[in-house]
Ligand binder design. Structure first.
Ligand code: GLC
Length: 476
């Protein structure tokens, strides 16, 4: 069984978010389970790889022109997993004016290559595993060509199966219908949606119609997206196809996230010396961020300061009531100008209790995972979430909202604090409960930290489930 992972990003080469981590770790974990998997992604100019060689070229018709695309082969760094990179000027940068058309083009490259020169990818594929809206067009494109081939009654026609994994339904790859002309595909096979910006299509929605299996990154999110609130206006198709929707929790790579030998940490620690280790990291963080070494809990937030998903507004509401008396707070992340101004004002008002670092800085993120007592993840929705799992591995107790992967990874009172209602008041209540425990029962607190560190969020667990899913699909 041969599997091709088709993705827009990969940690270490080019990463914009959690999908990048999954695209790197999951194929490696699958390979360890002897799944024959390779990965395809655009060859952005920013990607630096030492050993790459060209294995073929294809001509892709796009917007009425024949575009020549070069395919390069390498391996995912520090692994044996083959990596295919697609080079073309349209794929030089991830961002750009027309990101939707860019990834539609990349999807055309995959379909074209698959159909006409599969030997470039090492031979015919049994399963094509796509991720998010960026590559959601692939199942439709393969499906359309399968249909054609079926008419010619070839045996090859219906063999390849497709999986589309939802990492985040908020972003759907919306494009004007003119994209269909660019793709040279008939309008009747698409779902044209009336919107304020005129009639549009959404690549994600098309993928959800055509993929053989729809998966997402936690069991709870798999249930949530069938409902109105979380379905982001395309839950109708998800609901109709609910029998094909599965949720498999992501993992974290224990070799990358390990407080025993994390190069960014001033002091390393494990389960046996978590108390002293965390205290040393906390003091280092306080000193370097110019906070007094106060005896109060240190609360961290690491992530995009995104109102629609990450709950930053309820966090601001809750902190407004808690500061400055009960805790010190560090917020690391980028966001809109308005949010940044609000947080900068907090920092000015409470210089001894509040630090805001408006960048993405992985080294500091790691120091926060290690040095904070509490990591807060107040997301409105969270398909899986990575930071709560990393925090737990670093013995930092998470406070999360009961949604998606947060609900599936944190147990209230055992491995963290979980609140349900999406409001500043509910979050404030949980924060107070946590702060109170920290102040009154340090023994219980450290037992909880060790329980957190004992949780097994390894990719091996998830990879086994994907392997079983591939096998089921293969037999279908
Ligand atoms: C997206 C989601 C996040 C998930 C990640 C990887 O970034 O927002 O919850 O952990 O994808 O699947």
């Amino acid at each position: 069984m041969r599997v091709l992972f088709v993705t827009s990003e990969m940690a270490g080469l080019y990463k914009t978010g959690g999908l990048g981590d999954v695209s790197r770790s999951l194929p490696i974990a699958l390979r360890k389970l002897r799944v024959n998997v390779s990965v395809a992604m655009p060859y952005y100019k920013a990607i630096e790889l030492k050993t790459v060689h060209c294995v073929g070229q294809i001509a892709v018709t796009f917007d009425g022109k024949r575009e020549l695309v070069f395919v390069f082969e390498s391996t995912i760094p520090n692994s044996q997993v083959p990596l295919y990179l697609f080079r073309h000027p349209k794929l030089d940068d991830y961002h750009g004016d027309d990101i939707v058309s860019k990834f539609a083009f990349f999807s055309c490259c995959i379909a074209r290559l698959y159909e006409f020169s599969p030997q470039v990818l090492g031979g015919k594929l049994d399963i094509v595993h796509c991720h998010d809206w960026h590559t959601a067009l692939v199942p439709l494109l393969l499906g359309e060509s399968n249909k054609l081939r079926r008419e010619q009654e070839t045996l090859e026609s219906i063999r390849t199966k497709t999986i589309l994994t939802i990492h985040n339904l908020l972003y759907q790859g919306s494009a004007p219908v003119s994209l269909l002309k660019t793709l040279n595909l008939p309008k009747r096979i698409f779902h044209v949606l009336p919107t304020k910006k005129g009639p549009r299509i959404k690549l994600f929605r098309e993928g959800l119609e055509h993929a053989d299996v729809i998966s997402t990154v936690s069991p709870t999110y798999a249930k949530e997206i069938l409902t109105g609130d979380y379905g982001q206006h395309i839950n109708e198709v998800l609901h109709r196809r609910r029998g094909d929707v599965v949720g498999i929790l992501n993992g974290i790579d224990g070799t990358i996230w390990d407080p025993r030998d994390d190069k960014s940490l001033p002091v390393h620690y494990g389960k046996n010396d978590v108390l002293s280790g965390k205290q040393a990291n906390k003091e280092y963080l306080q000193r370097t961020l110019k906070l007094p070494i106060a005896k109060m809990p240190l609360i961290g937030f690491v992530g995009r300061l995104e109102v629609r998903q990450k709950g930053i507004n309820i966090l601001i509401a809750a902190l407004g009531h808690l500061l400055p008396d009960s805790a010190q707070v560090i917020i690391l992340g980028t966001g809109s100008k308005k949010i940044k101004q609000t947080l900068a004002a907090f920092a000015k008002k409470y210089p001894d209790h509040f630090v805001f670092v408006p960048t993405f800085d992985e080294r500091l993120a790691r120091r926060i995972y290690a040095g904070a007592d509490i990591l807060v993840v107040p997301s409105k929705f969270e398909p899986c979430g990575l930071t709560q799992m990393i925090a737990m591995r670093y013995g930092t107790i998470p406070i999360v909202r009961k949604t998606g992967g947060l609900a599936d990874t944190v147990v209230d009172g055992k491995t963290g604090f979980v609140f349900e209602q999406y409001s500043g008041t509910a979050l404030r209540k949980k924060l107070k409960e946590a702060i109170n425990l920290w102040n009154t029962n340090p023994n219980k607190w450290s037992r909880m930290a060790v329980t957190c560190m004992r949780q097994n969020f390894s990719w091996a667990v998830s990879a086994k489930k994907y392997k079983a899913l591939y096998a089921r699909l293969y037999k279908r």
